[in-house]
Design a protein around this ligand. Structure first.
Ligand code: GLP
Length: 243
């Protein structure tokens, strides 16, 4: 696993954008796996800037997102479809018909069937990842067993707590999500994770131990042949990864 130390969040966002830019320039019609959460926002801003100012071309790029809340309309301002449109797709020259965020409303089984069918026929060139404070990847919550394909998850109380900051109050946070499974994530050709802020526990388990721990799904990154972790210097120091 390759580890890149970033000076700060802005630097981490640029370094993430550098990796994605290289993929987009080398394979302008590939599929990117994308993530939501606050961590990749700076990278999306940087990619949008490079598209506008430096001609980084997304016109033939396809994307698929990790997950979506169950019960939120795509127009809800906390849905992940809305997040992707407002943080990235509205600011780059991508054809939105080529972007896929799983449906959060309607029949869950039918939505998962569609999501799994798409994933089965899609080769993800690189998958962007954040990490939950409890070590979750996408919405694969810690547990004794992890799931291969796209499925519905019951969100952990700690995830509801962590994501409550985006909603008017905690009661509004959806209790369920549809998410890529661990297998879908691991089958991406490359993985890139940004880990910053208050992710001390997950960062320690990921970088300071060689245990593959289903109670910290982020540790599965270690098994991937082409995985990169971008970590802020301050956090890397806090966990003792660097002096
Ligand atoms: C949500 C998403 C995850 C994301 C996590 C961390 O739970 N489903 O994919 O990694 O949030 O979010 P943040 O980047 O805001 O810390």
């Amino acid at each position: 696993m390759k580890v890149i130390i970033a000076e700060n969040y802005q630097d981490a966002s640029k370094k993430m954008a550098d990796v994605i830019e290289k993929v987009v320039r080398e394979k302008p019609d590939c599929t990117l796996g994308l993530a939501t959460g606050s961590s990749p926002v700076g990278m999306y801003q940087e990619l949008a800037r490079r598209c506008k100012e430096e001609g980084l071309d997304f016109s033939k790029i396809h994307t698929v997102n990790l997950d979506e809340y169950v019960g939120l309309e795509p127009t809800h301002n906390q849905s992940y479809r809305y997040f992707m449109d407002s943080n990235l797709f509205d600011h780059i020259n991508i054809d939105k018909a080529n972007t896929y965020v799983a449906k959060g409303i309607g029949d869950v089984d039918a939505n998962l069937k569609e999501f799994n069918e798409l994933l089965d026929k899609t080769e993800i060139e690189i998958q962007v990842l954040g990490v939950g404070p409890d070590g979750h990847l996408a919405f694969n919550e810690p547990g004794p067993v992890l799931i291969d394909g796209a499925h519905k998850e019951i969100l952990d109380e700690s995830t509801i707590d962590a994501n409550a900051r985006f909603f008017a109050n905690r009661d509004e946070v959806p209790r369920y999500a549809v998410t890529m499974g661990m297998g879908n994530i691991m089958r991406a050709k490359a993985l890139i994770m940004i880990i910053n802020g208050n992710k001390k526990d997950a960062a320690t388990k990921l970088l300071m131990s060689d245990r593959i721990d289903p109670m910290c799904p982020a540790t599965f990154m270690r098994m991937h042949r082409d995985a990169t972790v971008v970590i802020e210097k301050k956090l890397a120091e806090e966990i003792g990864y660097i002096q």
